[in-house]
Unconditional design. Structure first.
Length: 295
């Protein structure tokens, strides 16, 4: 019997030598950070040294587009489901318990099905509409303050090293509604959010996962006067910045980018299949090609 199995074993080992190694995910950890009300024109003239440095050293466009209506819950649902409001069905912009939870898969549920851990830290109660049971290992709305949200997220990142994390900074939107878009008060809110981003960066480094991480920095909408929600460029235009593992350095993204592309890009980075139902597409042009697998 041994004489029979030896040739078979030899053949199997020979064949294995010609099977290419499976490519590893481009990132083991993806952090989506949303600056609520992040109008590019205002952000670029605000004291946001870290955000602007990540845009310069990574890949970025300041001309990405959100969905209409350009309001927080609707836009973030598209950002985290990869589809337009017509598909995800959330057209309101407040925490309304009787309307229930989002009815279509979020990137958190899709990531968990592929063995990844997930978390969300937000500054507004309306994000509860996205907290589908069994899709988030950690969901928290600790405060409206970006500083507190970042501190809460940072502690969790250091302790648990989640694979897919969404962090929401509400301060710029609040300042915009109270004082106006582009006012000194909103500029300060953007500066405070940049400091909160530094807290996240420090946590990722302390967790020892920085080299395996990608940050996606974006926004749900812009704004004008003391409001937003229209389809005018002031409201619809948002930043889209990627920084970290496998990101092309100092790369200007010239192809059109939609907020729905954030969902597809996050899954693509983790090597999670992007559903055919997605309207968003991975922004592959912003990333270096994977090295050829060894034979």
């Amino acid at each position: 019997m041994k004489a029979i199995f030896r040739p078979l074993l030899s053949l199997a080992l020979t064949l294995l030598c010609f099977v290419p190694a499976l490519a590893a995910p481009r990132a083991q950890h993806v952090f989506i950070v949303s600056f609520d009300g992040g109008k590019p024109e205002v952000m670029k003239r605000s004291p946001m040294p870290l955000t602007l440095a990540m845009a310069q050293s990574g890949a970025a466009t300041w001309n990405a587009q959100t969905v209409f209506p350009s309001v927080t819950l609707v836009s973030h649902t598209s950002m985290l489901t990869g589809v337009s409001p017509a598909k995800h069905g959330i057209r309101w912009n407040d925490w309304i318990p009787r309307r229930g939870l989002v009815k279509i898969p979020t990137i958190f549920g899709l990531a968990q099905r592929n063995g990844y851990t997930t978390a969300m830290f937000a500054g507004k109660p309306k994000f509860r509409h996205l907290n589908v049971p069994g899709t988030l290992d950690r969901f928290a709305i600790p405060s409206y303050s970006a500083r507190v949200v970042a501190k809460t997220a940072a502690q969790y990142i250091v302790e648990h090293k989640p694979n897919l994390t969404f962090i929401h900074f509400a301060d710029p939107d609040g300042a915009g509604h109270q004082f106006g878009w582009g006012t000194p008060q909103q500029v300060k809110a953007f500066a405070d959010s940049d400091k909160a981003l530094q807290t996240l960066r420090d946590a990722v480094k302390a967790a020892g996962i920085e080299k395996q991480s990608v940050f996606i920095l974006s926004a749900d909408h812009g704004g004008h006067d003391k409001t937003h929600g229209t389809n005018r460029p002031d409201d619809m235009t948002i930043p889209w910045i990627v920084w970290g593992a496998a990101v092309k350095p100092r790369f200007e993204i010239k192809t059109p980018v939609s907020t729905m592309d954030t969902a597809a890009t996050a899954l693509w980075l983790l090597d999670v299949p992007v559903p055919a139902s997605f309207e968003g597409k991975a922004v592959e042009a912003a990333f270096l090609p994977l090295p050829a697998p060894k034979k």
